[in-house]
Design a protein. Structure first.
Ligand code: GLN
Length: 491
């Protein structure tokens, strides 16, 4: 039998259906892989007993012929999703050993459809970061290394555990979240597929909040088809999240293999940065050529406010974070510190419980929202956000179906290499992804090639609101042309 961990989710679905193997066997194969890959630090909590119990239940349902669309498929869950009875920390000390008494809507829909939980995945603390180095559980290793080098690289962030685990074949897919790029950038760094759906497509209920007007859940997967299968289960209206949208969830998988002939693809000139590595330029042209060969028409477009997206994001996101994180006071959740009075107790808990990057965001956020600065910073950033959104709307109004850009300005970098002296160096990693969150649009990252050192690079496709299907159709064209990439095992 082939190694069960090397199958795609779609292949595993077939194998389970035709009884080539059981979910228990598939789950055990992945639990073994997780155990052998602890050096990657992708999982912060393994739940083998729960996984086996869920797998047995799935096997019983498959045997009875009433299996859900993800029956028996072992998945990893980012530690930002509340899981009932299973520790959920957002990888922050302030949540300590918090055990939710409820399940996030997104994960509950995965279990409804028969998926199996292998455990909780590492991420940047409160999803703030681009390298998974801010987690209280320590950094995650990227299964990819530069040719001829033993240096451990970051898997990207904040969904670094999700990307690393999927790339290293530890789980068949993973949940992730994306506020400014946290699904797409780690996907690009690990040769996995990640889609951030339209804002409102997935419920945020039970997902630890970072910046509520930007946060969206989505999958990281081994192929475009697998991502489509996962998103179908994750998406949907939820009365518990008033920003979730009440429109039917399409069968995303049906978009795979659909012709892209005649589609108009925009190439935004503002994404051509000074000093962008030649390899990224080359990848971008190659991607455009593949889409053209498949019958799409390529047009140059302009998104004139692109250069303001990153500075505006780093006002809006910390502002919302400072407000969302006010609830962590050492009383209601997790860590409790002593103090002479209640104020000192709050201060001690927050000083002890939050890491440096989270504190930086809380301080920036509080500053830009404070009296006297609100108009100059927060309100201005909101206006810029409207202009960014309008750039995209103008583009789509001219008949553009999707926009093609690089996913990241570089390949994965080394642990400790970036952001130490200057946090902005790290923030620049999100230059191609934050615009999409600011505009609330769907964006997919698909592996498209490798750089000169053998590291994977990804392309991003940005779509119209609630038109994830077009992204899956176009993403599949890129995947077919580029092929799939798996890292050589060293762990
Ligand atoms: N890297 C960005 C940040 O640090 C985005 C993170 C995310 O999407 N969660 O804010």
């Amino acid at each position: 039998m082939t190694d069960l961990t090397s199958l795609t989710l779609a292949e595993a679905r077939e194998g389970l259906a035709d009884k080539s193997f059981t979910s228990l066997e598939l789950t055990d194969a992945h639990l073994g892989a997780i155990e052998a890959a602890r050096v990657l630090n992708a999982f912060v909590m393994e739940t083998p007993d729960q996984a086996r119990a869920m797998a047995r239940e799935a096997d019983a349902k498959i045997a009875k012929g009433d299996a859900g669309p993800l029956a028996g498929i072992p998945l990893g869950i980012k530690d930002l999703f509340a899981t009932k009875g299973v520790r959920t920390t957002a990888c922050s000390n302030i949540l300590g050993n918090f055990v939710p008494t409820y399940e996030s809507t997104v994960t509950s829909q995965l279990w409804r459809d028969g998926a199996v939980m292998l455990g909780k995945l590492n991420n940047d603390e409160f999803a703030m970061g681009s390298s998974n180095e801010t987690s209280c559980f320590g950094p995650v290793g990227n299964p990819w290394r530069r040719d001829g080098s033993n240096a451990t690289l970051v898997p990207g962030g904040s969904s670094g555990g999700s990307a690393s685990a999927v790339a290293a074949l530890l789980c068949m897919g993973a949940t992730a979240t994306d506020t400014g790029g946290s699904i797409r950038q780690p996907a690009a760094f690990t040769a996995t597929v990640g889609i951030k759906p339209t804002y409102g497509r997935c419920s945020r209920w039970g997902v630890v909040a970072f910046a509520s007007s930007l946060d969206q859940a989505g999958p990281i997967a081994r192929s475009v088809r697998d991502a489509a299968m996962l998103l179908r289960s994750m998406a949907g209206h939820d009365p518990k999240d008033t920003t979730s949208v009440d429109i039917p969830v399409p069968d995303y998988e049906a978009a795979i293999g659909k012709s892209v002939k005649g589609m108009k693809i925009g190439i935004p000139r503002e994404y051509r940065l000074d000093g962008m590595p030649a390899e990224i330029e080359k990848l971008w042209s190659e991607g455009a050529a593949w889409l053209k060969a498949a019958g799409a028409e390529l047009v140059e477009v302009s998104l004139p406010h692109t250069k303001y997206a990153l500075p505006a994001y780093y006002i809006v996101a910390p502002a919302e974070a400072s407000s969302n994180l006010a609830r962590y006071d050492g009383v209601r959740y997790g860590l409790r510190e002593q103090g002479k009075n209640i104020i000192e107790m709050y201060e001690n808990a927050r000083a002890e419980g939050f890491g440096a990057e989270v504190k930086r965001r809380v301080m920036i956020g509080t500053y830009v929202l404070s009296a006297g600065y609100y108009d100059a910073y927060y309100l201005r950033a909101q206006k810029v956000r409207t202009l960014i959104k309008k750039d995209f709307e103008d583009c789509f109004a001219k008949g553009v179906d999707a926009i093609l850009t690089p996913a990241t300005p570089s390949a994965a970098f080394g642990i400790g290499e970036k952001g130490g002296a200057d946090p902005v160096e790290m923030y620049l990693n999100d230059i191609f992804t934050v615009t999409v969150n600011m505009a609330g649009l769907p964006g997919i990252a698909v592996p498209a090639g490798k750089d000169g050192q053998g590291l994977p690079l990804g392309l991003q496709l940005i779509g119209r609101p609630f038109d994830e299907e077009t992204l899956f159709s176009l993403g599949e064209v890129i995947e077919q042309a580029a092929g799939r990439f798996t890292p050589a095992r060293w762990w």
